[in-house]
Design a protein around this ligand. Sequence first.
Ligand code: ZN
Length: 168
Amino acid sequence: MSKYRKTLVVDSSFIARSIIPTERAFVISYKGNAEIIAEHPETFGLVNPELIINKPSIIRVYKFVKQNILKVPLTRENIYRRDNYECVYCGSGNIKTLTLDHVIPQSKGGKDSWDNLVTACRRCNHEKADLSLEEYGKEIPTPYRPHYLMLMKQMDDIPKEWEHFLFF
Ligand SMILES: [Zn+2]
């Protein structure tokens, strides 16, 4: 799915609330119910070629939406999803061999937490064993707690300007 087909909706306090089709986001802002705070580098394909309207990337609704921020539960499945079901060490995507690896080994005080658990294939997990990342000699992206919107929507690629709102 093209990353330019969706708009991130933030509320008046800039909290990410949902991801909707760009057309809908445009209508909401056109009606005066939201302001466009970022645009995609792509325009709507309109009948009148003189009308050039960029697709909105982020809109801010004026109404404050009272709602608790949902925290993504730390589960095996959610860690796999965050890591795109791929081993962070070798990139293997064989779902049957996926395991959870502690970046800082449990034997060295490593905790069960978003920033210490990653997806690893059985072979890499076995190879890494009790080694620290430095000892193992591999670099991986820093593990993070994903925003629930990231897991709710199947988006492989998100616009750069969304990151500020989606990663804590
Ligand atoms: Zn691996």
